[in-house]
Design a protein around this ligand. Structure first.
Ligand SMILES: [Zn+2]
Length: 309
């Protein structure tokens, strides 16, 4: 099998497309592609877009899983160790941080080094020290990918790493990166224009994933459960959110696709207002969806909720 593949590589170029499409090997470099491990969806998406056919990208967070508290199997840790490139965001997924520290992939790109992460929102005023320690263990807010203007720096870093691993692909990676960065710039412009004239600038979300988006487009995020989607909001926090909704005339409470919408939907029903999806892009659940289609749906949902013209 291995010898046959070696022979096939020497065959005329016309045979190559067949060879590539017929390859279902999981072992990355054996078929000549660059083996990339990404820690969760937005980074996986960047690697796929920049790498194209030259890379084989896998994510340590299964599709549809919530990435914050992902746990890794020994096999996944071994795959990280054997990867040509490990792409992750330090401070976001503790199990991934541990795995990166224990292994030695060929190259490591830490997206946290490509952007200046903002401090996590100040903890809610009513919470106890204990509650604070539970949910606010990270000092920095990881959710930078929801501000498209922060993505090109990561794209460029990935293109540079892939070009070091696979110098023959350097022109392809540079061209793919430029095209992808143009799409992020266009999306940023669409957000800026679409969120400029709005009846309200306050939006309520189930967890504090949208701080960078709010920061970029001058909106005010009210998160029900803090940075960690699994934290249960206290009754005092729920009362506080209800007050904000009434005071600001908030029309909609947003929930997300990867965590239970129960708290947000109950709150919306109590208040007699709408509940709608705002996707933190921590994973993609629909087969045809990608970063851009979800980001565009988010923009539509925000414009509707905030009465933007
Ligand atoms: Zn999150």
């Amino acid at each position: 099998m291995y010898n046959a593949r070696r022979l096939a590589l020497l065959a005329p170029l016309a045979a190559l497309p067949l060879l590539v499409s017929g390859c279902t090997s999981d072992s990355g470099t054996e078929d000549g592609t660059v083996d990339v491990m990404a820690s969760f969806y937005p980074l996986e998406f960047i690697a796929e877009q920049v790498g194209g056919d030259r890379v084989d990208v896998r994510s340590v967070t299964p599709p549809g899983a919530e990435p914050h508290d992902v746990e890794l199997s020994p096999a996944q840790v071994a795959r990280i160790d054997g990867a040509d490139l490990m792409l992750y965001l330090s401070g976001f997924q503790p199990a991934v941080d541990d795995a990166v520290a224990q292994t030695s992939p060929g190259h490591v790109v830490d997206a946290a080094s490509d952007t200046t992460l903002l401090a996590a929102d100040e903890h809610h005023e009513d919470e106890t020290a204990e509650e604070h320690q539970e949910h606010d263990h990270g000092e920095l807010d990881p959710h930078f990918w929801l501000d498209p203007s922060r993505m090109p720096a990561v794209v460029d870093d990935v293109a540079t790493a892939l070009s070091e691993i696979d110098p023959e692909g350097a022109d392809t990676y540079a061209a793919n990166a430029a095209a992808l960065n143009q799409r992020f710039e266009d999306l940023d412009a669409a957000y800026a224009a679409g969120l400029q004239q709005c009846g309200s600038r306050t939006f309520v979300t189930s967890h504090d994933a949208f701080g960078y988006l709010a920061d970029r487009y001058d909106l005010d995020q009210v998160g029900i459960s803090g940075i960690d989607p699994d934290a249960e909001p206290s009754p005092a926090r729920l009362a506080e959110v209800k007050d904000i909704v009434r005071d600001e005339g908030v029309s909609t409470i947003f929930f997300e696709s990867l965590v239970s919408p129960k708290v947000a939907q109950t709150l919306a029903a109590d208040l007699g207002i709408d509940a709608a999806v705002l996707d933190p892009l921590e994973g993609v659940t629909e087969p045809d969806a990608d970063y851009f289609s979800v980001a565009e749906a988010n923009l539509d949902a925000l414009r509707m909720a905030l009465s933007c013209s």
